[in-house]
Design a protein around this ligand. Structure first.
Ligand code: AVJ
Length: 324
């Protein structure tokens, strides 16, 4: 029995509850697509953890290095009584901030918010072992639907949205999400937002087409997720992973290309999908930011940039944001 409350707002199948409608819509579209949130079944979450350790995939380690450099300043500047982390995953990054908080001789309540109950439970057990007197309150939900169910604040709050997951969303979805986050903030509270930056497309494309093929396995795994959840018969071997950089729209686009013409039966939807040789299924967009596009998004969301943190190569940005 965990020693801390965990509120669960997703059914036992987590995000897969809404998969039927999303997949029917996506695979019936002119340009077939699948939503990146369906990457993260057990196998997909493990593959993503492996991606974060790849030599080509710089975002996670760069974000962590910036965070490590700024942690004590940030804790001094914000002095939070509470940390709310959206998409907390294994909460490894949070430790850097909690350590800094502890070194200041104070603590903070921690609210990890994630789709995966298993990951939140194990992360909280770890944190409880590390900081015995920390107050923890886990929330299992979808940040596009359940932000309003986060418990009321117990004091000055710092919301963390890291990993450049905001890059998966289109601008309208980003503004909607930032609007939901703004409602979690009272005057004096802060949001720390992680964003991957625009850079040489060779560096970007290498990060999403790694030599070891881990990203390819991560991308192809979404077909297994659909096979399991909707009794489909995708033949994973008959699809090829590739990610390219779209310069006009400053984003990486990840696709699965059909190696041959195929009929895929999706029994759970009562539909058969015809796909032509070379036709693609678009599985993820990963938008990249400049300081200008980050600033205009923050302003358009009705918020203000307090401090901009970045690394020596300007590969990654952390924006400390307040409400107007
Ligand atoms: C977790 C969404 C930030 O877009 O870089 C990694 C996911 N996709 N490799 C990203 C991902 C391919 C990652 N995010």
């Amino acid at each position: 029995m965990p020693r801390f409350p965990i509120d669960v707002h997703l059914g036992e199948h987590g995000l897969l509850d809404s998969i039927a409608d999303d997949v029917r819509r996506g695979l019936s579209a002119q340009q077939k697509f699948l939503l990146p949130k369906f990457f993260y079944d057990e196998a997909g979450s493990l593959l993503f953890e492996q991606i974060t350790e790849l030599p080509e995939y710089y975002p996670t380690r760069t974000e962590l290095s910036i965070l490590t450099n700024i942690a004590s300043d940030l804790m001094q500047r914000v002095d939070p009584q509470e940390l709310v982390e959206l998409g907390s995953g294994s909460s490894t990054k949070t430790r850097v901030l909690l350590d800094a908080r502890y070194n200041m001789g104070t603590s903070a309540r921690y609210i990890p918010f994630d789709v995966s109950k298993t990951i939140v439970e194990s992360a909280c057990e770890d944190l409880h072992g590390r900081y015995p007197d920390i107050a923890i309150h886990g929330v299992i939900g979808d940040f596009e639907r359940h932000l309003g169910l986060i418990p009321p604040a117990v004091g000055r709050r710092l919301v963390l949205f890291m990993g450049s997951t905001i890059g998966n969303l289109e601008l309208s979805e980003r503004l909607e999400l930032l609007d939901g986050i703004r409602k979690l903030l009272s005057p004096g509270d802060f949001l720390l937002l992680g964003m991957d930056m625009v850079k040489d497309s060779a560096v970007l494309e290498a990060a999403y087409n790694d030599a070891a093929g881990v990203t390819a396995a991560f991308n192809l795994n979404i077909l297994s997720v659909i096979n399991n959840a909707l009794q489909a018969d995708f033949n994973v071997e008959e699809f090829r992973h590739h990610a390219h950089y779209n310069h006009e729209l400053d984003r990486i686009e990840m696709h699965l290309y059909a190696r041959s013409a195929q009929s895929v039966h999706i029994t759970g939807l009562g539909m058969t999908m015809e796909v032509a040789k070379g036709e693609s299924i678009w599985t993820e967009s990963s938008h990249k930011f400049t300081q200008e596009t980050a600033m205009s998004m923050i302003e358009e969301a009705g918020m203000c940039l307090d401090t901009w943190y970045t690394d020596s190569l300007h590969y990654y940005g952390l924006a400390l944001i307040t409400t107007r």
